[in-house]
Design a binder for this molecule. Structure first.
Ligand code: PNS
Length: 169
């Protein structure tokens, strides 16, 4: 039986912490679907299409597919034949939100398990929200995101120079 897992998120933008988790998932499961939420934030840095495209370019492993989804995650997981949802937990602060989400997803579909993975320690404080903040204030992005992600972020602000009022994770 093929074990297929789904790793959902906003990925706005994908960080090195996300990539670390994707590699861990890819070692544990036959197939991994990285599922980008389409209409999460009202003010995303990258559009869902841009995030999907970027992920496809930087994900280093072959048994990983990148897709976008909308609506209930458990419905999407079922539609795609995934029996496991992967979420990363960086610190205890993540736990409460993740627990609520995992239990709600279990209530919605008891056949789908949520599995929490820990990223490598250097990424335990890294978030998309902080990446955007450091970027907007001109700090170094070295080690935080793939160089292509930084390049696309620079290209994005070069064409849309207005400052963003809302920074979201
Ligand atoms: O990277 P994020 O923003 O922490 O990811 C959150 C995500 C996409 C996993 C979550 O918002 C989600 O699953 N949204 C889909 C809607 C849904 O199924 N909601 C009920 C789950 S409690």
């Amino acid at each position: 039986m093929i074990r297929r897992a789904i790793y959902p998120g906003s990925f706005d933008p994908v960080t090195n912490g996300h990539l670390d988790l994707i590699e861990r998932c890819a070692r544990l499961f036959d197939e991994v679907i990285v599922a980008v939420l389409m209409n999460g934030s009202k003010h995303p840095f990258f559009t869902a299409e841009e995030r999907v495209g970027l992920l496809r370019e930087v994900v280093p492993v072959s048994n990983v597919q990148v897709e976008s989804f909308d609506g209930l995650l458990v419905e999407y997981a079922k539609e795609r034949g995934a029996s496991v949802i992967i979420r990363g937990i960086r610190a205890i602060a993540d736990y409460e939100y993740e627990l609520q989400m995992a239990l709600m997803n279990r209530r919605l579909n008891p056949g789908i398990e949520t599995i929490f993975l820990l990223p490598a320690e250097p990424y335990s404080y890294l978030s998309s929200r902080l990446v955007k903040e450091v970027f907007s204030l001109g700090g170094s992005m070295a080690g935080l995101v793939h160089p292509l992600v930084e390049e696309r972020m620079r290209a994005k602000v070069a064409v849309t120079p207005s400052p963003r009022s809302k920074q979201e994770d």
